[in-house]
Ligand binder design. Structure first.
Ligand SMILES: Nc1cc(-c2cccs2)n[nH]1
Length: 242
């Protein structure tokens, strides 16, 4: 997968040389390039923002540098990338979207700052590539960079060969729309707290049922919205009896 990121703070992405993302880049699973938006400015001050039409606080990111950046990174003669723009006004980023993005061959992230990017940048981009404004949650960040780091981690870990134990993807929270069950390791008893006996029983069927029931109970207690969103066929009668 190819990923391009455009930001006025490219140094925000230094952490992407570390850990599993760093390894994915080293072994070619992920080709990542971070670009400074000011590359596409031409004035002595390398200006990327201006005052908002209609008045109001703050500044708006000018369309011209973004237009030239997207022209350079999504050339007309190549298959178009998917443009992702973090925004408080975006569609919620979910594990389902992470899987969707992991199937793309080229992602292009635009990191907004200030009050945001002139809307015409997205409107023009949408004439030649898929554009998705994405929200990480109902809170406001200084800029899109942190959101892109989160999305890149969530997507990269789904790419083939990135996670050593790909099986863990199948059991983790949100893998099947539910929260995962509690997990334990040695010692069997610690400060008066014991590991549930079933997990030490060696009965894999019982263990699988316990984990499913515990995941359902957690989901019902902490995220009833996820339970309500489950397709009817995902909850069988044994679950309801639990
Ligand atoms: N979910 C979310 C995204 C954002 C921002 C993206 C770009 C500037 S602020 N805040 N909150």
């Amino acid at each position: 997968m190819r990923v391009d990121v455009v930001s006025i703070f490219p140094e925000y992405f230094a952490p992407l040389d570390l850990s599993l993302i760093g390894r994915a880049r080293a072994n070619g699973v992920l080709q990542l390039a971070v670009h400074d938006l000011r590359t596409w400015t031409h004035d002595v001050h390398r200006t990327v923002d201006d005052t908002p039409y209609g008045g109001g606080p703050g500044m708006v990111m000018r369309p011209e540098p973004w237009g030239e950046a997207l022209d350079a990174l999504a050339p007309a003669e190549a298959p178009p990338p998917r443009l992702l723009v973090p925004s408080p006004a975006g569609a919620p980023f979910t594990q389902a979207m992470a899987y969707e993005l992991a199937a793309e061959s080229h992602l292009l992230f635009a990191c907004g700052r200030y009050e945001g990017i002139d809307q015409r940048v997205l409107a023009h981009a949408a004439t030649r590539m898929p554009v998705t404004e994405v929200s990480l949650g109902d809170y406001v960040l200084f800029g899109g960079e942190v959101a892109v780091l989160v999305m890149l981690e969530a997507v990269t870990r789904l790419l083939p060969g990135v996670l050593g134990n790909a099986g863990s993807l199948d059991e983790e929270s949100h893998a099947h729309g539910l929260l995962e069950a509690p997990i334990y390791t040695k010692p069997p008893s610690w400060r008066g707290h014991d590991v549930p006996d079933v997990l030490r029983s060696g009965d894999h069927g019982k263990i699988a049922r316990w984990r499913r029931e515990e995941g359902l109970l957690r989901t019902a207690a902490r995220r009833p919205d996820l339970l309500a969103a489950l397709p009817a066929d995902r909850l069988d009668k044994r679950d309801i009896a639990a």
